[in-house]
Design a protein around this ligand. Structure first.
Ligand code: NAD
Ligand code: UDP
Length: 339
């Protein structure tokens, strides 16, 4: 601190969450694009805790510095403000490529930019992986299956996507990102991993991001009606964030290069889900039916046989437990005036 008379007062170093001490040989230098977002920031926490060096690239479109502020200044951590549509040079040994808006209102806000992020951003990060010989993991999505005709969805299913609808910028963007990933694998020997992530929820979801979990929880806390798009018969299968982070790290570190579904097999209709959140928050609010969203998938549930067999992974958390922790987090944020 600089005082008015020009003297400098040195303050005790700030404290950080604990991290493991890894020998330098075991420590990876890991790039996490989109690391200031919901999934990315939880992944960063776990990688930091494991003792790795982590560099986050983010343009803060939907993410926030607040999600990683507890690491700023830590010697193992770096936060870089950068758009992945532009090339980036760095030396790393692993790349988790998450950068991409994930909620329908956000990815539909500027569809051309969403496509650019998936196409040019993925080319740039694959180019980086090719030069540095880093292992590359793409966070793809269950949306590559579109409005599925196969239920539950296996990784072998090719999908049913409307290429010109409002969701196409995201779905087709991720499909081409997968195509690029396997092109770099075959053509340039890049060591790749592809996670197909199903709906995930947890603390640090942005309350304004428009996804169903944060919408329903915020509406219930504020005493507003819960908004269902359509009649609420559509289904989704929700996984808790810590299960996803387990799966991503396992996938990165196993020698399996085919796409792997990561999701919880507990399937709910959106109507059941709204009722369950309303009960947990103990809110006396009505449920309001709004017009259905165009091309909204009617059902979604992962087949996780592959993740079980090759990663020895399956969810540890029930949806019930995850929802309780998430509701507690949202309530605390609201009480502190942070949201
Ligand atoms: P999020 O919106 O919270 O995080 C995305 C992050 O990427 C944000 O920090 C954002 O600022 C950043 N970003 C966006 N465009 C960028 C760009 N051009 N350059 C640099 N940074 C950019 O979303 P999330 O839920 O954390 O999703 C993370 C990843 O996981 C995404 O790739 C998403 O497609 C995938 N995914 C998430 C889910 C889910 O349910 N959360 C499901 C399937 C797939
Ligand atoms: N949904 C809803 N009310 C909301 C937000 C979403 O009924 O306030 C529905 C949406 O139409 C979809 C499901 O909930 O059927 C999941 O939506 P979300 O945006 O969370 O993710 P998606 O799986 O569609 O990408």
């Amino acid at each position: 601190t600089f005082l008015d008379d020009g003297t400098v007062v040195y303050q005790a170093q700030r404290t950080y969450p604990p991290v493991r001490q890894l020998s330098p040989g075991k420590r990876e230098r890991i790039l996490v694009t989109g690391g200031a977002g919901f999934v990315g920031s939880h992944l960063v926490d776990r990688l930091m805790w494991m003792g790795h060096e982590v560099i986050v690239l983010d343009n803060f479109f939907t993410g926030s510095k607040r999600n990683v502020q507890h690491w700023i200044g830590h010697p193992h951590f770096e936060l870089v403000s950068h758009d992945v549509v532009d090339p980036f040079m760095i030396e790393v040994s692993q790349i988790y490529h998450l950068a991409c808006p994930a909620s329908p209102p956000h990815y539909q806000y500027n569809p051309t930019k969403t496509v650019k992020t998936s196409v040019m951003g993925t080319i740039n990060m694959l180019g980086l992986a090719k030069r540095t010989k880093a292992r590359f993991l793409l966070t793809s999505t269950s949306e590559v299956y579109g409005d599925p005709e196969e239920h539950p969805q296996k990784e072998t299913y090719w999908g049913h996507v409307n290429p010109i609808g409002p969701r196409a910028c995201y779905d087709e963007g991720k499909r081409i990102a997968e195509t690029l990933t396997y092109s770099y694998m075959r053509q340039n020997d890049v060591d790749v991993r592809v996670a197909r992530i199903f709906n995930t929820f947890g603390p640090r979801m942005s309350p304004a991001d428009g996804r169903v979990v944060s919408n329903f929880i915020m509406q219930a806390i504020r005493g507003e009606p819960l908004t269902i798009y359509g009649n609420g018969d559509q289904t989704r299968s929700f996984q808790y964030i810590h299960d996803l982070v387990d799966g991503l790290i396992l996938l990165m570190n196993k020698p399996y290069t085919e796409p792997v579904n990561l999701g919880n097999t507990e399937e709910y209709t959106i109507k059941e889900f709204a009722e369950s959140i309303r009960d947990k928050v103990d809110a006396k609010v009505p449920i309001k039916l709004l017009p259905a969203a165009m091309d909204d998938p009617k059902k979604r549930k992962p087949d996780i046989t592959r993740a079980k067999r090759y990663l020895n992974w399956q969810p540890r958390f029930s949806v019930r437990q995850g929802l309780q922790e998430t509701i507690d987090w949202f309530k605390l944020q609201a009480a502190e005036g942070a949201i």
